[in-house]
Design a protein around this ligand. Structure first.
Ligand SMILES: [Zn+2]
Ligand SMILES: [Zn+2]
Length: 286
């Protein structure tokens, strides 16, 4: 399995000379079988535009899984030439949303709340190519030939899934936006190592996890629905993950700050687990 990181920033894009090495595009990770083009894409932040480079102008064929509907996970959708393409074939999945007790919403209606006039010129139906829009129930699914487990995780404002993706040989776990403090403080005040998170990350080859805040920042922003570096690494250790990929970098985090933070984390924990900070040109072969 190959993971192509195309956008690794959280919350809002971060262009500018201070952010060049890690990259300023928001969440998008493409998953491929060894030696093949990606057929599964996780989230469609502004990094989704960069899919076009991977596809060399060809259209995408496969599935797009959205973890949730926040702007930083959807704004690349109508600008990704590999997706919005007359010859593309895209099965889009998003977390099933409830409108009231027992009342579920159609996936294209949910997406259309943010994508459509007057907020945006076109609705999801205006995307070119052969699209399907699907509301995904939690549980096990087979999607684009991968085994996919979708589990609800605490975040803020709208239902959010963490995903576990396997090609039958290797496994990756994707928890881009995760606010475990909503479940409880955990042993250190950084959030509960709760069952859903541990199950998703269990013995995974790569835990791609929300690493938005330092400990100092978390004291001020613990209610914003995100995690610290330390939580991401400790969850990986507790779950027996092979490596942790720090992801969803804060938009104010400069390249130099990230270098410093990651070097410190590797000094403290590098003997116990492999720690990588995602960059938007990283290709990880599992
Ligand atoms: Zn996000
Ligand atoms: Zn979010």
């Amino acid at each position: 399995m190959e993971l192509h990181f195309l956008g690794v920033r959280g919350s809002t894009p971060a262009p500018g000379p201070e952010y060049v090495r890690y990259g300023g595009n928001t969440s998008c990770v493409a998953v491929a079988r060894d030696g093949e083009l990606p057929s599964l894409v996780l989230d469609a932040g502004t990094g989704a535009r960069r899919l076009a480079h991977r596809f060399d102008g060809q259209p995408f064929s496969g599935a797009l899984l959205l973890s949730h509907l926040h702007w930083d996970h959807t704004h690349g959708l109508p600008f990704a030439r590999a997706l919005d393409n007359p010859d593309a074939s895209v099965d889009l999945y998003l977390p099933l949303q409830l409108e009231g007790p027992g009342a579920t919403m159609r996936a294209d209606d949910v997406l259309g709340r943010g994508m459509g006039p007057p907020n945006f010129p076109i609705t999801p139906e205006g995307l070119r190519g052969n699209w399907t829009f699907n509301a995904l129930e939690p549980g096990h699914h087979e999607i684009a030939g991968f085994e996919v487990t979708a589990v609800e995780v605490p975040h803020k404002g709208g239902r959010t899934y963490g995903y576990r993706v396997s090609d039958g040989t290797k496994t990756m776990t994707y928890m881009s936006d995760h606010g475990p403090i909503a479940v409880g403080p955990g042993p250190d005040g950084l959030g509960e190592r709760h069952r859903a998170a541990l199950d998703l990350a269990d013995a995974t080859d790569a835990l791609v996890h929300d690493a938005q805040y330092t400990l100092e920042e978390f004291e001020l922003r613990s209610g914003f629905g995100h995690s610290t570096y330390e939580y991401a690494i400790d969850l990986g250790l507790q779950a027996g993950a092979r490596r942790v990929v720090l992801f969803h970098h804060d938009p104010d985090r400069t390249d130099d700050e990230l270098d410093r933070i990651v070097a410190g984390l590797q000094d403290r924990h590098g003997e116990q687990i492999e720690i990588i900070a995602a960059t938007e040109d990283l290709v990880l072969r599992l």
